[in-house]
Design a binder for this molecule. Sequence first.
Ligand SMILES: [Zn+2]
Length: 159
Amino acid sequence: MPRPQKERKVLEPPKIQGLKPVGVPARFLDRIYLTVGEYEAIRLADYDGLDHQQAAEIMGVSRPTFTRLIEKARRKVAESIVDVKELVIEGGNYSFATQLQRCMDCGEFVRFQFPKQMTTVCSTCGSSNIVHLNEWFAGRGGHGFGRRGGFRRGHGHQG
Ligand SMILES: [Zn+2]
């Protein structure tokens, strides 16, 4: 049995569930799984430009753990580009600090902290075609409030 992984603190859900290579039929594609924690490591270190110590504190892990996390994450992203693999973001042990919804008609994002703040109608365009991004990842390794299940189970990926 692997040692249970310490929960990674993640600000909010990734805005996508994955990335697909362009110009390659789906039947030729293998998948590579980036955990939500690995996604967050890339966001903090490579997108926000934080150093490993700062990023480790934000995610609630040690600096060596963060360094391993970002190295694994970069390796996977590189492999998805070079070996042409579909990059799927899922799994790992994590919790989101923020809830994120998106209007699928106008693209507007809404962030909130508590269930009662969840919206059913877009304040920008009036559409009710709203997705709750945390739900994408619910039952796939992380947790938070709200409905669970209805999604593919995680694959036990560590990271
Ligand atoms: Zn809208």
